[in-house]
Design a protein around this ligand. Structure first.
Ligand code: FAD
Length: 398
């Protein structure tokens, strides 16, 4: 698809230049608008042109696809040493709802080394079937091996929908596979639904820097693919009475398919920044006033066995790296306890933490919006409150 300006009809009003969110339209010497390579085909200019001289050119569809052949909802199961990541369970729970609404089956795709045992957990979370591919080449996630295998499974079994966690590995794998299959992928979704009119999956994600929520359909190609942020859906309550079918698939990955060599796993940042899996998060905002004061956030997190989060203001100030950011353009978290320290509670921050089970807010402004979502509020100075909390929790731990 491309956007084209019919040059002969352009009146040179430059309305499209102002409308383009990407600065991808310039005016030429002959006072005609010109679209540069920065164009993302968003179509904002098409709507704006007062003489309808900007058009969207649809590419001819070369591949006639029999969409009816594609059935079932798949969840790519992420695991490390046989430990399934929480997001895979969350997606099985949500995938179950989609599969039921479409009258199709739900399958987990489990690729790893000696991982068959965890299939029972996948059935307990809602899967009807598990596609199992095992081999030493899958002991650790590697881009090439997993891409070849998932692509091959899709070509063989033709699923209708594939859900992948928007984790580092999922964000690496999903787009590559989608590109090889020749389908679309909606990245970083925060909601899933079924579009009432078309019966397609409606993938919702923040767009234009988080200023709008876009809902995207994939009408022409299959499978419909998307990556979904961890913690936007609740993990389903496991039902260990459920059973299912295991479909063993032989690995077709050849050594030459894998261009990287695994040398060593360096386990850094396991508890300190694994926000998506954390049960307790202590987050600091601009109210911490300076980077050194984040030591109090770290100390409280440590004594509680929790993880450190930050508002975007704290990240933008350089007090914490971006991987600690909670919110619409950061991580979506869902801990049992979220302690917000010196955070005002802007809507973009709440978007990332409002599904926390219990929120405790410390802020010196009694009218701060964070108190509207807090289960417990402490009106006070973080520099006074946090040392007391740390001391008291230390005593409790002894
Ligand atoms: P502030 O809003 O400045 O609040 C600081 C708070 O600290 C105040 O309430 C103040 O009363 C309190 N305070 C000050 N001193 C003390 C003290 N000594 N003791 C106790 N309390 C004190 N923000 C995010 O966090 N995450 C995102 O992902 C995110 N994405 C965004 C995306 C977009 C498109 C946009 C436009 C914005 C986004 N933001 C995001 C920014 C967001 O709008 C807010 O600017 C940001 O969350 C504010 O951070 P803050 O609460 O730390 O700072």
């Amino acid at each position: 698809m491309a956007i084209k300006i019919i040059q002969d009809e352009c009146i040179g009003c430059s309305a499209c230049v102002a409308a383009c969110p990407f600065g991808a339209i310039t005016m030429q010497d002959d006072a005609k608008a010109f679209i540069t390579e920065a164009c993302t085909v968003c179509g904002a200019c098409v709507e704006t042109c007062p003489v309808s001289t900007i058009v969207r050119e649809e590419e001819e569809k070369t591949v006639a696809m029999d969409k009816a052949e594609y059935k079932g909802v798949w969840v790519f199961i992420e695991q490390v040493d046989g430990h399934i990541r929480g997001v895979s369970h969350e997606l099985l729970g949500e995938g179950r709802k989609l599969a039921d609404a479409m009258g199709q089956e739900l399958a987990g795709v489990l690729i790893g080394n000696h991982v068959e045992d965890v299939s029972k957990d996948l059935f307990a979370s809602g899967a009807d079937k598990v596609y199992l591919v095992e081999g030493a080449e899958y002991s650790h996630y590697n881009t090439d091996g997993f891409t070849v295998t998932l692509t091959d499974l899709i070509k063989t079994y033709k699923p209708n929908v594939i859900l992948i966690g928007a984790t580092n590995d999922g964000r690496d794998l999903g787009p590559r596979v989608a590109c090889r299959i020749g389908t679309g992928l909606t990245a970083d979704c925060t909601n899933l639904d079924i579009d009432a009119e078309t019966g397609l999956v409606a993938w919702t994600r923040p767009a234009f820097g988080g200023n709008i929520m876009a809902t995207i359909l994939c009408p022409e190609h299959r499978p419909q693919m998307g990556t979904v942020r961890p913690k936007v859906f609740k993990r389903p309550v496991p039902d260990f009475t459920r059973t299912g079918e295991i479909v063993r698939v032989a690995s077709k990955v050849k050594p030459e398919d894998i261009r990287t060599k695994f040398i060593e796993l360096l386990q850094v940042c396991i508890t300190s920044c694994n926000l998506e899996e954390a049960e307790i998060i202590v987050s600091g905002g601009r109210g911490m006033c300076k980077p050194e004061n984040f030591k109090l956030i770290e100390d409280l997190a440590e004594v509680l066995g929790g993880t450190v989060g930050a508002s975007r203001a704290a990240v933008d100030a350089g007090w914490k790296p971006a991987l600690h950011q909670v919110g619409q353009t950061g991580k979506t978290v869902g801990p049992k306890i979220y302690i917000a320290c010196g955070i005002s509670g802007a809507i973009q921050h709440l978007a990332g933490m409002s599904s926390s089970d219990s929120v405790i807010a410390i802020n010196k402004d009694a009218d701060a919006p964070i108190f509207k979502v807090a289960d417990y509020g402490i009106v006070g100075d973080v520099m006074e409150v946090l040392p007391i909390m740390i001391e008291e929790f230390k005593k409790l731990r002894q």
